[in-house]
Design a protein around this ligand. Structure first.
Ligand code: HEM
Length: 230
């Protein structure tokens, strides 16, 4: 069973079930994002060594990455780290048994998040991002939000406010994780009959708000009651 803080709104077994479902989703989304990162990094390595099939390289979606290999890697490599370290930071038994490891990997996580966000803001405009122009602004907003949440999380742990540190870490990770929700929504959109670009556009504008709302609901369901202080 997982360790879930309670606030009395829902019973412990129900919270446990919701928590397990949430973790199952997170594991799936993280796995998918890692596969995407490795695939895109492999693509760049093939492109640099001249092994990429010309038809694959010439596809308009891929051609943008072929033209900017270093920028792509500068986004994808810290993105990979972000996805690996993010979930580990939330495992309470790891935090309790290895507090030093939690602290060190927390710094690496924050650094990779900063690199991902800076790279994404830049990439969104120079690549440019596929589809609607609006997508570039959504991507920029996601980067700013993620950095803001993680900055607040860092600020709270510096003053030992663990409750708010946890909440802002959840929000920050949720924004980063939403790039994987995007891929899931992209698949669903195409299954529902949308063409690739329409499904991409819909997924880009909807994935971050949906992931963030899910995170916010979890925060509210598990926010400990502050007894005695009003
Ligand atoms: C705030 C967080 C993030 C934002 C705003 C963001 C934004 C973007 C943008 C705008 C692109 C270009 C999309 C296009 O092809 O038009 C991109 C590509 C990509 N990003 Fe991110 N990203 C974020 C985090 C991450 C993370 C954490 C990973 C980790 C796996 C990641 C992996 C990738 C990959 C693999 C690509 C290449 C796209 C593909 O192969 O389909 N990104 N990202």
């Amino acid at each position: 069973m997982i360790n879930v803080p309670r606030n009395g709104v829902l019973s412990a077994p129900i919270l446990q079930v919701i928590g397990l479902i949430g973790w199952a989703f997170i594991v799936y989304l993280v796995y998918d994002a890692l596969i995407d990162a490795v695939t895109r990094a492999g693509f760049i390595s093939q492109s640099l060594s001249g092994e990429l099939h010309p038809q694959v390289a010439a596809h308009p979606f891929n051609a943008r990455y072929v033209e900017m290999p270093m920028l792509t890697l500068a986004h994808v490599i810290p993105g990979f780290l972000f996805m690996i370290l993010g979930p580990v930071q939330f495992i309470s038994s790891m935090r309790k048994r290895f507090p030093r490891l939690h602290r060190v990997s927390g710094y690496v996580y924050l650094l990779s998040a900063a690199l991902v966000a800076l790279g994404a803001s830049y990439i969104g405009f120079v690549l440019p991002i596929w589809g609607w122009t609006l997508n570039q602004w959504v991507s920029l907003l996601s980067s700013i939000l993620m950095l803001y949440f993680l900055y607040r999380a860092f600020g709270y742990i510096r003053v030992r406010n663990i409750k708010l540190h946890r909440e802002f870490m959840i929000r920050g990770f949720a924004v980063g994780l939403s790039i994987s929700t995007l891929r899931l929504f992209l698949d669903w959109g195409q299954l529902a009959g949308m063409d690739f670009t329409l499904a991409w556009n819909v997924a880009t504008v909807s994935s971050m708000p949906v992931t963030l709302v899910a995170a916010e609901m979890w925060i509210r369901l598990t926010r400990p009651v502050n007894r005695g202080h009003r």
